[in-house]
Design a protein around this ligand. Structure first.
Ligand SMILES: NC(=O)c1ccc[n+]([C@@H]2O[C@H](COP(=O)([O-])OP(=O)(O)OC[C@H]3O[C@@H](n4cnc5c(N)ncnc54)[C@H](O)[C@@H]3O)[C@@H](O)[C@H]2O)c1
Length: 389
């Protein structure tokens, strides 16, 4: 298990850009960075308002001289310090991921960035090339692929336990918009309601939510989506953003799939689910019960694999921390990506090694996410025409 692996390495100094007071995901990143003791938080800028940023930074115990006013100052100063940060976490809204990542990459600082990698495809391509050129390790927090039982599913499919993959169905039905008072929607959604480069990117539901769904479909099946036929809709008219996407998928091996992501699924809380059907079996995983994986086989009765039981793969076991029966969840899965990156840094892995091993989502996944967003919107605008990624 993760917790049995000796921690010979000194914690890696990390800084944060974004994720300040009342942000959605900032605290999760900080918790994830601490779970395995692999990082030490040394610097940060947590708001575009320098005063707000400094106050929050110092409340986290970061000294005043490393509580910066803006990310440019942080990149400049940290890269000149002997004990400066080696990794920066970017958890600002997507509109400034590109400019923040670029400046830190140029200073040879590794990156943990939240999704989507950028708001537009052009910036994603530029960032991908720069990351490759500078041999920077880049982890994109598609955190759902950090769950031990998602990694178990991937391993079982790689080991051909379900035979040839025929169908991949992924769904992520949230119900936040029908439950929202339209009077406060603009304020509550903030940048998520701005469907362009100043906000979320091309589409609220596709850029913000379906990029996760798409990523997990490819991760679990180990197959690339090559074509998409999509229908994006605006159901909660009083709010008026893209809030639902249905898409048919065609994979490189001719497998087919269905992807559904929604902010308009009334009553939905989270509901991320992945089902993969093969020639001799199938798997089914639901984030609401993340410690279990259902396995159907033509050769025997239906089985439930449980996290950290003696029946799971080495890959899955290595991503657990406590014995079977004790629930692990969202924070631990998130932390697995942080620890994967720490291992990669300490082992001097390069971009290509990570690419092959696929332990954490990287720049290639970020670029594919943007290609997915563009293909979905193009297809939907053309009445569901099959569109290549
Ligand atoms: N992986 C997940 O499960 C998950 C969940 C939620 C959000 N996200 C992603 O995380 C990112 C942030 O989302 P959020 O919902 O937390 O956003 P948010 O609006 O709640 O918080 C953004 C934070 O960034 C800070 N910020 C903005 N501009 C800044 C700048 N120039 N310098 C420093 N700080 C700045 C804000 O002050 C705020 O604290 C987005 O890319 C989003 O898609 C991922």
């Amino acid at each position: 298990m993760r917790s049995d692996i000796l921690q010979n390495n000194k914690p890696i100094p990390i800084g944060f850009v974004g994720g300040g007071k009342n942000s959605w995901i900032g605290n999760t990143h900080r918790i994830a960075s601490r779970i395995d003791g692999r990082y030490i938080i040394k610097a940060g800028v947590f708001s575009s308002d320098p005063e707000v940023s400094k106050e929050f930074s110092m409340s986290l115990g970061i000294p005043e001289h490393r509580s910066y006013s803006n990310f440019l100052e942080m990149a400049e100063k940290e890269s000149s310090l002997e004990d400066g940060i080696k990794v920066v976490c970017i958890c600002t809204p997507p509109s400034n991921h590109y400019e923040i990542a670029k400046i830190f990459i140029e200073k040879n600082i590794h990156i943990i960035c939240d999704k989507p990698m950028t708001t537009n495809l052009e910036d994603a391509k530029k960032l991908y090339e720069l990351i490759k050129k500078k041999k920077i390790l880049f982890c994109l927090t598609h955190n759902y692929t950090g769950y031990p039982m998602v990694r178990q599913a991937r391993q079982m499919i790689l080991d051909r336990q379900i035979g040839d993959v025929h169908m991949v169905n992924v769904e992520y039905p949230q119900g936040s918009l029908p439950a929202m008072d339209p009077k406060f929607a603009k304020e509550l959604l903030g940048w998520r309601a701005i469907e362009n480069d100043q906000g979320v990117g091309l589409s609220t539901v596709v850029s913000d939510l379906a990029t996760h769904t798409f990523h997990i479909a490819q991760y679990v099946s180990s197959l690339k989506v090559v074509k998409i036929s999509a229908d994006v809709s605006k159901n909660v008219k009083s709010i008026g953003v893209d809030d639902n996407v249905h898409a048919m998928l065609r994979f490189e091996n001719k497998a087919t799939g269905l992807l559904w992501s929604s902010f308009a699924a009334t009553g939905g809380e989270h509901g991320l689910r992945v089902r993969v059907f093969g020639s001799k079996g199938a798997i089914d995983w639901i984030q609401d019960q993340p410690n279990q994986l259902s396995f159907f086989s033509l050769d025997g009765p239906t089985q439930t694999f449980t996290r950290a039981s003696k029946w799971v793969s080495k890959f899955s076991m290595e991503n657990s921390r406590v014995a079977a029966g004790h629930p692990e969840g969202f924070f631990e899965a998130f932390a697995n990506l942080y620890t994967d990156l720490a291992d990669a840094i300490n082992n001097n892995s390069d971009f290509n090694v990570i690419n092959e091993k696929k332990v954490f989502p990287n720049a290639e996944d970020g670029l594919e996410g943007l290609k997915f967003v563009y293909a979905v919107k193009k297809s939907s605008n053309n009445n569901g025409e099959w569109t290549e990624l």
